[in-house]
Every structure is written in structure tokens, then in C-alpha cells.
Design a binder for this molecule. Structure first.
Ligand code: ZN
Length: 378
């Protein structure tokens, strides 16, 4: 998180299936395809497509609906609980306002019940998009340093995970990430929480926050420790800095997937390496525009990544904060890659293949995607 989002606040169509409701005005960058003639059929296909998401943040997924519920639990907070007032609050005027809103949401997560509510409701928003499996990036350090007891925190996310699976059909797994801006103390604490408390749903260890001034190699000991405990390595790298950062993530942190990796296209040797080693990139197009890592969607390098043979997955990062959702990101990727329904289904299968789900979960979700495509064609 450190994005200056584009600002508008106009209403847009959402990809939630009929019957569900996400009635919020949300900002989104220009250049999408939602108003393109002829995109309606593909949009409907994407809405119903079973999907996996690999790069999406916990607090960054708090939609205005969820924020309203949290605000209602804490009437003394600065965040309005009234729907209309909250919609206005979520219309970002500039970067400083975005940070203010983000921190206000962080401030609403004060106890274990808030954590449980946030996590379960994020899964509910996922289910409305037919996201069936998600590796949610959680930053436990942010909550434990604010006084939420660590065991209560773990119980809250695990309780929400079990309920999401049973009641919503959404399988959640965790990536615990180090907030890079908080330095080595946060790294030490995140590694301790991951390795000592290790909740059942935890599958990976990450590194987020700013890249500039936060060299990846300094985090090697913490990643070594997490990897030794059987966790997968998934740092952010090469979003706001160059390809050297991606090499550092691979060499020092033994990255198995790269968060963003946008600047990889500036280094043909790196692209070839990623393709040859089958190291996936977690691409988040709208986020890249909002953070200005890429100037415009039309200049997004996703097609170069695919052309080089890299396994590309499409993700939403901090979706309500960026005025997007996973369906919208798939629509954008479809336009940039010139994909039809079969191509979009392949993209969805990429995410399943690149996930850390057990083989049986992968094969059944892939089979569901194939069956959905076949029924769509039929
Ligand atoms: Zn991210």
C-alpha cells in the first residue's frame, strides 16, 4: 500500500452476479473496457467464471460496505457509518486523502471481532465475484502492535476462514507479509508470528510496503526462517523500482512468485529467467496505474510478459481502494491481451496453477473452469 489513486467518484458497473449488490461509487482509472461496445458477453463470462486470486491485501480489501459495519461498531471513530456520507468519504480527492482513508480503516480494526468481521466480509465480497480460492495478504504486525492479542488475532482469521469455506464456498489461505517501511523489527515480529503461531491457513511469507529505500536483501534471514518452516516466498518486487529488485527477490529471498514485477520487462534476461523457471508474476493492472508504476493501461507491459512466456496471473491488490475488483482486472487483461472466453479461462487457470493450493484443490478448480467454458460455449 502506498498508492496515489486516480480520482473520480463516478458510478460504474460492477461484476457481481445478479442479486448481489455493491452499490458504491468508486474511483477507477481511465482506459478500462467496461463501456466498450461488444464487451458485455465477455463481462458476463468473467463474472461467472470460477476464479482464484493470489495478490490481494486484507485491510486493502475493506469495501465501503465493510467499513460501514466496522464504523458502526466504533461510533467514536472519525469514519461515518451512514452509507451516503461514507460513499463521499471513500471518494478520494488526492493522495493525502487516500492515506487518511486507509489509516482510518486501519484504526477501525481494534479487536479480534473486527478482524473476524473484516476477514469474513472480504470473503463475502469475493464470493459475489465467484472467487473460489484466495491467498489473502495479511499484515499481522499492524494489528498486534496496536494491541490486539496475537493469539486472538490468529483465532479470528482462522474462524473467518472456516466460516467462509462452509458458508460462502470461498477457500482462504494466508500470506503473512512484512510491512517493509516498518523495518527489521517488523520483519522479526512477522517471522516470529508466522513460525511460532503458524495458523492452519498460512501458506506463504511476503514483503510489502515501499520498495524505494527498502532493499530486499536485508530481509533474507527472515525469509530463510519462514522457508525453513515450509512457507512459500512471495515478496513484492519491481513495481516502483527496476528489475534489479526482482533479481534481489529471487536471489536473496528465494521468491517463488513475484508481487507485481512490472519492471521485469526492462530486462530480457530476467524475463527469460522467469519464464524458464516458471516463476509467476502477480499482475495488478489498475493498481499499477494508481501507483503510477505504469503511465496508462494502454502502456501496461502485461502483453510483453505473456509474449516472453512468463506465467502471468491477474489480481486486484487493494480493490476498493483502487476502485476496482477482480472481474474488472480480468476485463482489462482480456482487452490488453486480446483474449476471448477461452483465453480468459486460461488466465484463470494460470492463477490456479500458480497458487499454493493442494494438488486436489488445483485439479478440481481447473476442471470447474473447463466445465464452465464448455457450458458457456454450449
Ligand atoms: Zn500488493
Amino acid at each position: 500500500m502506498s498508492p496515489p489513486p486516480r480520482v473520480s467518484g463516478h458510478r460504474r458497473r460492477v461484476c457481481a452476479p445478479p442479486g448481489s449488490r455493491l452499490p458504491w461509487p468508486r474511483s477507477r482509472p481511465s482506459g478500462g473496457i467496461l463501456s466498450s461496445p461488444g464487451s458485455g458477453g465477455l463481462s458476463a463470462f468473467i463474472a461467472g467464471l470460477p476464479k482464484a486470486e493470489l495478490h490481494v491485501h486484507h485491510v486493502g480489501s475493506a469495501s465501503p460496505r465493510i467499513v460501514a459495519e466496522l464504523a458502526a461498531r466504533h461510533p467514536n471513530s472519525a469514519v461515518p457509518a451512514d452509507e451516503d456520507a461514507l460513499a463521499e468519504f471513500f471518494t478520494f480527492s488526492d493522495f493525502a486523502h487516500f492515506i487518511e482513508v486507509y489509516l482510518s480503516v486501519v484504526d477501525l480494526v481494534r479487536d479480534a471481532e473486527d478482524v473476524r468481521l473484516l476477514t469474513y466480509e472480504v470473503a463475502r465480497d469475493m464470493s459475489r465475484q465467484n472467487i473460489r480460492y484466495a491467498e489473502l495478504t495479511v499484515t499481522p504486525y499492524s494489528s498486534t502492535r496496536r494491541g490486539i492479542p496475537e493469539r486472538a488475532f490468529m483465532e479470528a482469521i482462522e474462524d473467518a476462514r472456516r466460516a467462509a469455506a462452509a458458508e460462502l464456498g470461498v477457500t482462504l489461505r494466508w500470506c503473512f507479509d512484512i510491512p517493509g517501511e516498518a523495518g527489521l523489527e517488523a520483519a522479526e515480529e512477522t517471522a516470529r508470528l508466522a513460525c511460532e503461531l503458524r495458523p492452519e491457513g498460512l501458506v506463504s511469507f511476503g514483503l510489502g510496503g515501499p520498495e524505494v529505500g527498502v532493499p530486499r536483501p536485508q530481509f533474507k534471514p527472515y525469509f530463510d526462517r519462514a522457508i525453513a518452516e515450509g512457507l512459500h516466498s512471495v515478496p513484492h518486487a519491481g513495481e516502483t523500482t527496476g528489475p534489479r529488485t526482482v533479481w534481489d527477490a529471487l536471489d536473496s529471498l528465494r521468491a517463488e512468485r513475484i508481487g507485481h514485477g512490472t519492471s521485469s520487462v526492462r530486462d530480457p534476461e530476467l524475463l527469460a529467467h522467469l519464464a524458464e523457471r516458471r516463476i509467476p508474476l502477480e499482475v495488478c493492472p489498475t493498481s499499477n496505474i494508481a501507483t503510477r508504476a505504469v503511465a496508462s493501461l494502454d502502456e501496461h507491459p502485461i502483453a510483453e510478459m505473456v509474449k516472453a512466456g512468463v506465467l502471468v496471473t491477474v489480481n486486484s491488490d487493494d480493490p476498493p481502494m483502487f476502485g476496482t475488483d477482480l472481474c474488472t482486472e480480468y476485463e482489462i487483461a482480456a482487452r490488453l491481451l486480446g483474449l476471448d472466453a477461452a483465453g480468459v479461462a486460461e488466465l484463470a487457470k494460470n492463477a490456479v496453477a500458480a497458487s499454493f493450493a493442494p494438488a486436489q484443490v488445483k485439479s478440481s478448480l481447473s476442471a470447474e473452469i473447463d466445465a464452465y467454458l464448455a457450458s458457456w460455449r454450449g
